[in-house]
Ligand binder design. Structure first.
Ligand code: SAH
Length: 554
């Protein structure tokens, strides 16, 4: 390449007369002579080092010192050269102190001058001197050290603050002390339901039944029982897997995730994100289980009451929850689900399950009742291994018993008394008095008591109009594979919820001759235990007058 070409190829065109003269002069000599163009002006030098010395002498710019201070390797030095050439070409001044940041852009690897001889001669420059940092430190003044010291002090304080915030965030998410935290750092969501608030207050007074409630869910057995209840677990799985299109790409909130089973069904069905919340220590197991099954990228586990944790999203598309207790409402978990529904579920969001129906039926002799039942459960106490335990019989008729009864114990067609649409039901609706009415079977004679159970429905749409108030799980689910429902009543396979049995204290005199039987059933919350239930039933038949009683499930 001729010297002329080198110049004319360059982006820098205005060559001084002096420069021209130099070029011409060189032209007369060896064609291969190197021409290193000054970094800071148009002068040309026969080698890199003389150019570097020239810049230092004339402009006080020490190219080698900059290279060594920034500890630049070959590419770094190329970037430095092009950075300087770019600035000079633009007519802008160089920074007082060129920094590594100035050279970050890889665009500076592209030569500003074509065939830049300086770049080609870099090897001719002296090797970098000893580690620059040490050399620099000896030059640092005491004032600089004090300044740096106070900068580091502030950095440390900022980091300590950040760490403290991080620690609090971790504590709020992972701490097992949810519900005890009374400080300003508590993330209690505004508008938490009064019942949750009551139990928090009760907790402070040392009367928080929720503590033992959540502790009971930390145990293995309870989860084993639930997971092995195939009627229950299959129903959730079948609904989620048969309706994957509903879950695909959706954000799901699993309230009371337990071992995480429902969250994992949802994740497998294609949910974009599942937020699994539980206030029991079981959440630690859920986290591990979810990790072990490779679903931790989809499911986030939050420890705390759903009313108190801070969700990573404002709204969710679907809420899934297994909240049902004995006689449906025992445990009082539904209010938490309804609270979360109102706070987090999108207006068109889906609740899984979607409906719950409650049933009552009189139980009467003949059949299994009353003799066998009384022998098994009441008379039993009169002779236990030869000991009289009649003390155990005291108030025995006051409790709701939880038992699985055979379907031949029913003295009438079951009567549906409360269909709950979970998308719309309110907490106030869970305390109620409802009428019931049925016809005594032909052969029934003695009103021994009542059996209470529930059916659960999973509708694929929140606007479902196919579930009639008196729908049975079996009839409705027969309408299509996307419909899933199950019963806990005597017509179905037994579940871990069994049924609620209440015994009529006066059954011995309760001969019913009329075929018509009606009355009211009420559910309320006992003061003694807010997660329990008071169930009141009245019954009335022509010529028999009105009777009634109340039983406690605690
Ligand atoms: N979803 C699991 C477990 C259901 S049992 C399964 O189907 O197997 C109900 C769970 O809800 C329990 O683990 C209980 O600790 C939790 N729970 C009840 N009320 C809660 C609330 N308000 N906030 C968070 N978790 C709750």
């Amino acid at each position: 390449m001729s010297k002329k070409e080198a110049r004319s190829d360059s982006d820098i065109s205005d060559v001084s007369d002096e420069q021209e003269w130099l070029n011409e002069d060189d032209d007369e000599g060896d064609e291969e002579t190197v021409q290193v163009i000054s970094l800071l002006d148009d002068r040309v030098f026969p080698d890199a080092m003389s150019m570097v010395s020239y810049c230092k002498e004339k402009y006080g710019f020490d190219f080698l010192a900059v290279r060594d201070r920034l500890q630049l390797d070959f590419h770094g030095t190329v970037k430095l050269i092009n950075f300087i050439r770019q600035r000079v070409h633009e007519g802008s001044t160089l920074p007082d102190e060129i920094s590594a940041k100035d050279l970050e852009d890889d665009a500076y690897l592209k030569p500003i001058l074509d065939d830049d001889a300086l770049i080609m001669c870099l090897d001719d420059l002296p090797e970098p001197s000893a580690p620059v940092k040490e050399a620099k430190q000896s030059e640092v003044s005491p004032e600089d050290l004090i300044k740096r010291n106070s900068e580091l002090q502030s950095e440390l304080e900022a980091l300590a603050k950040q760490f403290n915030n991080y620690r609090l965030a971790v504590q709020q998410t992972l701490d097992t002390r949810w519900g005890e935290d009374d400080t300003e750092t508590s993330t209690k969501a505004p508008g938490a339901p009064s019942r949750a608030q009551d139990s928090l207050d009760a907790g402070k007074a040392g009367n928080d039944y929720s503590e033992s409630y959540f502790a009971s869910y930390a145990r293995n057995e309870i989860h084993e029982t639930m997971l092995k209840d195939r009627v229950r677990t299959d129903a959730y799985r079948d609904f989620i897997y048969r309706n994957k299109h509903l879950f695909a790409g959706k954000v799901v909130l699993d309230i009371g995730c337990g071992t995480g089973i429902l969250s994992m069904f949802c994740a497998k069905a294609g949910a974009k994100q599942v937020i699994a919340v539980d206030n029991s220590a079981i959440i630690d197991k859920a986290r591990e289980i979810i990790f072990d099954n490779g679903l931790d990228d989809k499911i986030v586990c939050l420890h705390g009451r759903v009313e108190e944790v801070t969700l990573p999203v404002k709204q969710v598309d679907i809420i899934v929850s297994e909240w049902m207790g004995y006689c449906l409402l025992y445990e009082a978990m539904l209010p938490s689900v309804l609270w979360a529904r109102d706070r987090y579920l999108k207006p068109d969001g889906l609740l899984v399950p979607s409906h719950a129906n409650m049933w009552i039926s009189p139980i009467a002799s003949p059949g299994y009742f009353p003799d066998e039942y009384l022998t098994d459960h009441i008379d039993f106490w009169r002779d236990v291994y030869g000991f009289d335990m009649k003390a155990m019989q005291a108030n025995i008729y006051d409790d709701v018993r939880v038992d699985v009864l055979p379907s031949d114990c029913l003295a009438s067609a079951p009567c549906a008394f409360s269909m709950l649409d979970l998308h719309t039901v309110k907490v106030e609706d869970l305390v109620f008095t409802k009428p019931w009415h049925t016809k005594f079977s032909e052969n029934a004679s003695t009103l021994f008591g009542f059996l209470i159970w529930f059916d659960i429905f999973f509708a694929p749409s929140r606007d479902d109009k196919t579930i009639a108030d008196t729908a049975t799980a079996a009839d409705w689910a027969a309408g299509g594979p996307e419909r899933v429902a199950f019963t806990t009543g005597p017509a179905g396979e037994p579940t871990h919820w069994k049924q609620g049995v209440v015994i009529n204290k006066e059954y011995a005199e309760a001969k019913i001759t009329s075929k018509e039987l009606q009355g009211e059933i009420s559910f309320s919350i006992p003061e003694s235990y807010t997660r329990g239930l008071n169930i009141g039933i009245t019954w009335e038949a022509p010529q028999h007058g009105k009777k009634g009683d109340t039983w406690l499930l605690h």
